[in-house]
Design a protein around this ligand. Structure first.
Ligand code: HEC
Length: 288
């Protein structure tokens, strides 16, 4: 009986472990000691845009965690965080390709691992883990796009997502390309990432050549561009053309012969499902 109690006691400590899932299935749990062995702890600065104060936290990079789990980065589509307060935001993996993120576990110096919550107007504990991005060199306007998420206790790396239920191979390829490379930042029909514009309103949808130019070399088209160029691989132009066609089909009835209304509805349904987290509330601009 005492032994059982002892184990239960240990287990309650484990409630503060970091639990990792892949596609919703448990793969590994780290207690703090194991977590610290994943990689080298580093300092990362968080700049609060509201009071312009910065705080420094100490943590281990998500990249090191992925390496430790032996996950293949190119398989990961999105990352869902499980927080102690029931919050379960999901982030497109593209964000982690753009910027380094750290699972921090304490503040630098002797500062408590807490922060003031703008939402609840009180001091909140950030632990067990607080996701902080390395954004020092980014303009604050663009920093806002990267949510800092606190009270993280679990991470679900998702590799499988919806497929387009349409026969047309061009459009389904366009959809999976869009989903893989664009949705993290661009909405279509108000669904998807909020980092950038509604893609169905893009003036470039009227000009395929310019669209391809923008996507392959955003800086060439717009010296202020914050957008990442499309990754360089063999069939990339076809992939971008397929996105172009998909967007145009969605945008207007011009290509009606390709898709009927039922298909468009089906497509919208999938996009909606895709951009809704499997559980919990949708991600708010900042979890504060
Ligand atoms: C990392 C975020 C990010 C990703 C991923 C991304 N974009 Fe963008 N995109 C932006 C931002 C920000 C802008 C606003 C202008 C700028 O910074 O270039 C933009 C602008 C654009 C524009 C021109 C502006 C407009 O609305 O007409 C087009 C076209 C475009 N993106 C297409 C795409 C396509 C297609 C993909 C996927 C292959 C994609 N983008 C992926 C961030 C992104």
């Amino acid at each position: 009986m005492y032994l059982l109690k002892f184990f239960l006691f240990l287990f309650s400590f484990n409630a503060l472990a970091l639990v990792v899932y892949q596609d919703g299935k448990f793969i590994k749990s780290y207690n703090r000691e194991q977590f610290l062995k994943i990689g080298e702890s580093e300092k990362v600065k968080f700049l609060n845009h509201i009071n312009n104060k910065s705080s420094t936290y100490i943590g281990i990079s998500i990249n090191d965690l992925i390496k430790d789990l032996k996950l293949n980065k190119s398989d990961i589509e999105e990352v869902v965080f499980e927080c102690l307060n029931g919050y379960q935001p999901f982030l497109n993996f593209q964000l982690f390709q753009n910027r380094d993120a750290y699972l921090t576990y304490k503040s630098a110096g002797a500062k408590p691992f807490t922060r003031f919550s703008q939402k609840t107007k009180e001091i909140v504990n950030l632990g067990p883990y607080y996701l902080v991005w390395k954004l020092d060199d980014l303009h604050y306007k663009h920093r806002l796009k990267y949510s800092s998420i606190y009270k993280i206790q679990g991470i679900n790396f998702k590799t499988k997502l919806f497929k387009l239920p349409l026969k047309d191979s061009t459009l389904s390829d366009g959809f999976s390309t869009y989903k893989r490379y664009c949705i993290s930042c661009h909405k279509i029909k108000n669904q998807g990432g909020t980092l950038s514009s509604e893609l169905l309103d893009s003036k470039y949808l009227r000009n395929e050549v310019q669209f391809i130019q923008y996507v392959t070399n955003p800086l060439g088209m717009n010296p202020q561009s914050e957008m990442l160029p499309f990754p360089d691989f063999q069939n990339k132009i076809y992939k971008i053309k397929h996105v172009f066609q998909l967007l145009n089909v969605l945008r207007s009835a011009k290509n009606k012969e390709k898709l009927n209304k039922k298909d468009i509805n089906e497509l919208n349904k999938v996009i909606k499902e895709f951009s809704t987290p499997t559980f919990g509330k949708p991600l708010e601009p900042e979890n504060i």
